[in-house]
Design a protein around this ligand. Sequence first.
Ligand code: ZN
Length: 369
Amino acid sequence: MDEERERRRKRVKRIKKTIIFIIIAIIILPTILCVILFFKMNSYKNEVSDLKKTMTEYVKAREESFAIAYAGGKKEQTTESADSNNPTKELDKETDNTEPSTEVKPAPIETEAETETETETTTEAETTTETETATETETETETVFEPETIIQRDGQKELVEKALAEGRKVVYLTFDDGPCSNTGKLLDVLDKYGVKATFFINGHEGFEKELNRMVAGGHTLAMHTYSHVYESVYANVDSFAKEIDQLRQYIYKNTGLYPHIFRFPGGSSNSQTDSIQPYIDYLNKNGFLYFDWNVSSGDGGATPSVDQLYNNVMSGIEKQKVSIVLMHDSTAKMTTFEAMPRILESLQAMNALILPINDDTTPVHHNIN
Ligand code: ZN
């Protein structure tokens, strides 16, 4: 009997011990978990604040590069570009830019048989003539430039004047017809040499990353019509306006920004239309600035070899004080891409000032008939 009692006592004791252990575990475990979660939460909190900081810096950098790339660009501009009755905006700085404009003379211009399609047979024999003086409209309408872009305008003009006074070459590298699957690599090369360029693009879909890289990198994202198809671009001014608006919307969709710097497919002296003047009038009325070129890499029609391309560019630049160099950003123009490091090294070796086009840039315009 005693033995039986003793066994029972021991069992009860064991059960008691187990119950106490379970109770302790129930109390301690959540406490430990709480402590772990507390530390985790703190580390997440730090991560979030770091990310916030990075985001703010990114947005700031983006805005700054916007100021460079889009100097004068009308962010959130609501003006319908198809509306030809828009009030005339500030244009044509040639009038107050006499020194540089006398230096910018079009070189013998080569054909810019653009578009990757083989069917293109157009020869845009750009005639060699004097810098344009037409379309000078002395308008007194209010400017719509944002404060930060005005600062940038002043900045580039001073830089250019200083460089010219020191006998340095001023070079604007421009790439037409992109973006394409090669654009990322081209941007890598430009980044490597710390060079900002100008991209006159068409509405090729699927290159949001590249377009945003251009903006963030301080390059100028500029317009070259949506389709680049001459039959559509130069059918009439309405069709032209539609092409521009379509491209503006495409750029806005991809980058949240509206550009307003423009280059005519084939240049302003192309032979696709009897008179380019109505098209120029449209650009002027709607606050767009257009740029031709005075140095051609020769990659518009045929595909020159790397050596030829390099020589075309360098000999062209040699003849100008301020060069706007025509090149193409297209998968069909690999030699252009391959020649870039050599061109950039030579330009940097001769201490050329390489800039992206903005509102402060003295335009090169081909002759208009
Ligand atoms: Zn083109």
